[in-house]
Design a protein around this ligand. Structure first.
Ligand code: NAD
Length: 357
């Protein structure tokens, strides 16, 4: 199929992307290339050992470590880390980890304008976007700004081999959701659509092998390639129903981020499939079953993904409020969003049923 459009606006961020098993070992060169001298290394507490490894790789350029990155980028954590960056006179941030650590780097960059080198260890894709979600007093808000777009990404498949299989699957589906929604974005370009299809293909072809052999660096490399493409799509075009629903469920019911994406994706895509059959045709080509949502549902099920919101801790009695919240503020979606439509979608997703088609 052709992705040509008679009119479009395409925008790409100026990001330097380096890819390869062991590429993290070039981090000192990347710091020098940015003309920086004082690196602050960021990780979660769970990945603190990674901060040690990076400190060794950076040598005298490493002036500090902050290992308290947390899910949903709490503002108090960002303020504390920013104060440390200022105190150390850091002139570059090295974020090593998943979306939570990348989010912390972005939050510090927003406050200091420091350049960021991101070394992703999940498939979430935040490293490829100028989007930052932050949480304060239990409320998550999202902003988009060139100030938070990372300057350098080092994709090193060796660092993803430690990602547990269950997280591998949910993180992959999180990434695939960016691509699937990117296919019908109003502001899509031929380039974003090409990346979306190739990103979905990369996950389709490499995820089963990675689950069977999590330490296979070549397979991990292809999943990371998919993550880069899908994350880049997220950074270039606007999202719709799927991301809105996940934001609501994560923010208001504290459901885990990647798992929530994994459960909702087939249902949100099935909801929209009839409105944009041509735009979602590549998903049917890739995943079969005659319907884009159903194809993704079977792919997720075969991968052992969580299939039901009830398994993530959502009570059935929460579904009415979730439907109210998700349909309260109007937003663009290829198929008009009604409260009844969302309520039915949520019921099927809660029970783990096939998406309605
Ligand atoms: P995460 O960063 O929260 O990581 C989850 C846990 O897994 C952490 O304890 C982490 O240390 C650990 N971990 C990460 N990589 C590992 C590895 N290779 N081996 C072993 N353990 C590893 O999870 P995530 O799903 O990557 O990120 C979720 C967050 O990212 C959410 O807050 C979400 O909103 C945000 N996000 C933002 C964007 C954006 O563009 N702004 C895009 C996607 C996700």
């Amino acid at each position: 199929m052709s992705f040509f459009r008679e009119e479009f606006t395409a925008r790409s961020a100026a990001v330097r992307v380096r890819f390869g098993a062991g590429i993290r070992k070039t981090v000192a060169d990347e710091i020098d290339a940015l003309d920086a001298r004082r690196a602050l290394i960021l990780t979660t507490p769970q990945q603190a050992a990674m901060a040690e490894e990076f400190a060794a790789l950076c040598g005298p350029r490493a002036v500090g470590r902050y290992t308290r990155a947390a899910m949903h980028t709490p503002v108090d954590v960002s303020e504390e880390a920013t104060a440390l960056a200022r105190e150390l006179q850091a002139d570059v941030l090295i974020a090593v980890g998943g979306g939570s650590t990348t989010g912390l780097g972005k939050a510090i960059a927003l406050r200091t304008d420091l350049p960021q080198i991101v070394v992703p260890t999940t498939y979430a894709g935040s490293e490829a976007t100028g989007i930052l979600g932050q949480t304060e007093n239990g409320v998550k808000t999202t902003l988009t700004s060139a100030a938070v777009q990372p300057e350098v990404i080092l994709y090193d498949a060796e660092l993803v081999t430690s990602l547990p299989v269950a997280m591998t699957v949910t993180s992959a589906l999180n990434a695939m959701a960016h691509a699937a929604e990117g296919l019908y974005a109003r502001d899509r370009s031929p380039l974003s659509s090409l990346m979306a299809v190739e990103g979905l293909r990369a996950f389709r072809d490499s995820l089963p092998g990675v689950m069977a052999q999590p330490a296979d660096v070549a397979g991990r490399g292809e999943t990371l390639y998919g993550a880069w493409l899908c994350g880049t799509v997220l950074g270039q075009v606007g999202m719709a129903l799927h991301h809105k629903l996940c934001h609501t469920l994560g923010g208001s019911f504290d459901l885990p981020h990647a798992e929530c994406h994994a459960v909702i994706l087939p249902h949100a895509i099935a909801f929209n499939a009839g409105a944009v059959p041509d735009l979602l045709a590549p998903v049917i080509e890739l995943f079969g079953h005659g319907n884009a949502g159903l194809g993704l549902w079977h792919f997720a099920k075969a991968a052992g993904a969580p299939m039901a919101l009830r398994d993530l801790g959502l009570a059935e009695s929460d579904l009415d409020r979730a439907a109210d919240l998700a349909s309260a503020n109007p937003y663009w979606n290829p198929r008009p969003v009604t409260r009844e439509g969302i309520r039915a979608l949520l019921q099927a997703a809660w029970a783990g049923r096939h998406p309605a088609i």
